[in-house]
Design a protein around this ligand. Structure first.
Ligand SMILES: C[S@@+](CC[C@H](N)C(=O)[O-])C[C@H]1O[C@@H](n2cnc3c(N)ncnc32)[C@H](O)[C@@H]1O
Length: 256
């Protein structure tokens, strides 16, 4: 049985040490959360668009991506036939987005007054150590998903947290490594990702928090969402749906 809301809130108050903010270094613009615009602009779409497309049943949908960056995922989804709105706080990131509507805004507090068949919260944003920020992200998801729609969340998998360690790999002429891996508290991992490409080097130092299933389900419920299923066997991709018992008032368009 899931613990009550008060119990969950008490658990969250337990000893989260004060943590340094995420930060990045390297050429070009670095976003407030430490991401390098020029590095993300170089990346190919990768597997993420197909995971979301499959979750949509490969039928055109309306999709809201929160923290869309350069549109690596959004632009690919638009090319697959979806109507996509890409949200990011960085105008320099959004300048790279193609084939999708863009909205410059912070995710927390975003209220577009429109609803979408799919709301996507990718890139491990849900692993932010700040519980209030995570709750605000989920509130935004709940406020923008249509009653029959779904929220797709990408989290670091339990195996990622268990095995986080220094590594280095080379792919497509790019060297990526994880360094400075530390565990500053229960369920916390801090590390620096380094990327080398075309003679340029970027770093991104971050801290992430592991969410166990009980915490995740409780946080979803508090936002008016319920856990539906994992979209990948490693539990990295989560599908949630509006909680039928806590349907918020409708605010706009229905999904296509
Ligand atoms: C790691 S990048 C990933 C971008 C894209 N989802 C991808 O996979 O290529 C994270 C993006 O989220 C944005 N971001 C992080 N926190 C945000 C917030 N609270 N509000 C709006 N954008 C945010 C950053 O500006 C950055 O562009």
């Amino acid at each position: 049985m899931l613990p009550g809301r008060a119990a969950v809130d008490r658990m969250r108050l337990v000893a989260v040490p004060s943590l340094p903010a995420n930060k990045g270094t390297g050429p070009g613009v670095i976003t407030p959360d430490g991401c390098a615009v020029e590095f993300y602009a170089m990346l190919s779409a990768g597997p993420e668009p197909e995971i979301v497309h499959a979750a949509c049943g490969r039928a055109p949908s309306t999709i809201l991506e929160l923290g869309a960056g350069t549109g690596r995922i959004s632009s690919a989804l638009a090319t697959l036939g979806h109507f996509v709105v890409a949200v990011d706080e960085s105008p320099e990131m959004l300048a790279h987005v193609r084939h999708a509507e863009t909205v410059r805004a912070r995710i927390e507090g975003l209220r577009l007054g429109r609803r979408f068949g799919v709301v996507l919260l990718p890139s491990y944003l849900i692993n932010a150590p700040d519980a209030q920020l995570r709750d605000a992200f989920l509130q935004t998801c709940a406020q923008h998903v249509s009653p029959a729609g779904c929220v797709i969340i990408q989290q670091h998998s339990p195996a990622w947290f268990a095995n986080a360690a220094v590594w280095e790999r080379e792919s497509n002429g790019m060297i990526m490594r994880l360094t400075d891996v530390q565990r500053p508290g229960p369920d916390l991992v801090s590390a620096t990702a380094e990327y080398e490409a075309e003679g340029r080097t970027w770093t991104h130092s971050f801290t992430v928090m592991r969410l166990n299933e009980v915490d995740l389900c409780s946080s979803l419920l508090a936002a008016g969402l319920r856990f539906d299923r994992y979209l990948s066997s490693d539990q990295e991709w989560v599908c949630a749906r509006p909680d039928a018992h806590r349907q918020p008032g409708r605010q706009g368009e229905a999904p296509r």
